[in-house]
Design a protein around this ligand. Structure first.
Ligand code: UDP
Length: 422
């Protein structure tokens, strides 16, 4: 198949771990290259955010990234990108130049707007089928972040419109399916393809980096409040009371490109909290690290702690599992599915530092339990979350949407194909 991917803010080529660069970049990069390896022709369209970027980059056989001029060629926070989606659609149509793809797959709601516009404009009588993956939903973000949510107000109605207008929606976990239903998006055109993990990079064999204390617990992620790093810091005094007094919390993750860790307001807030709680000597903030450093860091941890307020999917727990490390996870969003309670880690209620301390204490106090859970995580990651398997699930969704288009042309009723829709 000839596949166009649209990922307006998250280039597969971008550095990972900055404020707007994270799981979506990893997802688009890995899914696109796995689809290309399966023999498809994949082109990823993303916004040019640097004047030096070439128009086209041939990343691998069958995989090209196109930088489209859409708004100023500099980093712009994703919540300010809406006005440029028309220009992104123009650039996509121009590149298609009449040679239309079989399917266009949009990542994030704004990419959906650009994909739908491009599909309608270029395809005229026979629009290119649009598949949508949201990665995160504004309705969920608003529920948790309230007035701190900086999404444009129009997201509240444009995002459900994208879901209802797209020909197919791929959710990354069952929790998202319920959220989509609440937005009025019919289950008959929704299937699930989770995020995957790079099993070649995270193969459980990396040399663990040395740790400075008896125990190391690890948090990895963009340094934004909703990732809940403050909750882990608040758990440290409880852990100390429980007798675990030689524990380091390593916090890996970045501020944006423009900020150093010292200048970053969230890093400052977290440091102030460590001082207030008297645990500053236990917390190391590493900042953003390159992707290939991650396996050795993950393997140095006794447990990886993922306790966000909410999480659409969460790739870090998969990377931890694939590294053979148990996970303490808040029972939210995609984490409820990936981390199997008492098998590959321990689930805790959201926003509960004491529960985090209890769970971490259980793991730190029982090396055999940690080893068992690490092994179970590794098995689960390998059997369920390879990118090749995710690409196959995604390919199935593309075939459903293509078959539905053919039956529509033939005047048949639009029935989802067996085994693909929910
Ligand atoms: N990551 C990284 N360097 C960092 C911080 C994070 O390479 O300094 C990677 C991390 O290993 C994972 C991704 O960024 O692959 C974060 O994905 P996740 O889905 O957990 O969170 P998101 O950023 O999408 O909210």
């Amino acid at each position: 198949m000839k596949i166009s991917m649209v990922s307006e803010h998250a280039s597969p080529l971008a550095a990972l771990g900055g404020v707007d660069a994270g799981g979506q970049n990893v997802h688009v990069a890995a899914l696109s290259s796995s689809l290309a390896k399966r023999g498809h022709q994949v082109t990823v369209y993303t916004r040019r955010d640097d004047p030096e970027l070439p128009a086209k980059v041939q990343v691998a056989p069958g995989l090209t990234v196109v930088h489209v001029d859409a708004g100023p060629a500099r980093h712009i926070p994703k919540d300010e990108l809406l006005p440029f989606m028309g220009a992104l659609a123009d650039g996509i149509c121009e590149d298609w130049a009449g040679d239309l793809p079989d399917v266009v797959h949009a990542h994030f709601w704004m990419s959906g707007l650009a994909a739908i516009q491009a599909s309608r404009r270029a395809g005229a009588a026979d629009p290119v089928p649009v598949v949508q993956t949201f990665h995160a939903l504004g309705s969920v973000k608003r529920r948790h972040q309230g007035s701190a949510d900086t999404s444009p107000a129009a997201r509240a109605w444009l995002e459900p419109w994208v879901g209802r207008t797209a020909d197919w929606v791929i959710a990354t976990c069952p929790d998202e399916v319920f959220e989509l239903k609440a937005l009025g998006i019919s289950k008959s055109k929704v299937s699930i393809a989770p995020c995957g993990v790079d099993l070649a990079l995270f193969d459980g064999t990396a040399e663990p980096e040395p740790k400075p204390r008896t125990h190391r617990i690890l948090s990895v992620g963009r340094l934004v409040p909703r990732k809940g790093v403050d909750l882990i810091i608040q758990a440290l005094p409880h852990l100390e009371q429980a007798g675990f007094d030689d524990v380091e919390l390593l916090v890996v993750g970045g501020s944006g490109d423009a900020l150093t860790l010292e200048e970053d307001p969230e890093a400052q807030r977290l440091r102030a909290l460590t001082k207030e709680l008297g645990v500053e000597d236990k917390v190391t903030m590493r900042g953003q690290v390159p992707r290939d450093a991650m396996p050795g860091i993950l393997r140095s941890a006794d447990a990886v702690i993922c306790t966000p307020w909410y999480e659409p999917f969460g790739i870090v727990p998969l990377e931890a599992m694939a590294s053979g490390v148990p996970v303490v996870a808040a029972a939210v969003g995609g984490l409820r599915e990936t981390v199997v309670d008492h098998k590959t880690g321990l689930q805790v209620p959201p926003r509960d530092p004491e529960a985090i301390a209890d769970a971490v204490g259980q793991l730190l106090g029982d090396p055999a339990l940690r080893a068992d859970m690490g092994r179970a995580g590794l098995r689960r990651a390998r059997s369920r979350y390879s990118w090749d398997r995710i690409a196959a699930d995604t390919e199935k969704a593309y075939r459903s949407v293509l078959a539905a288009g053919l039956s529509r042309q033939a005047g048949e009723a639009l029935e989802p194909l067996e085994g693909t829709a929910l």
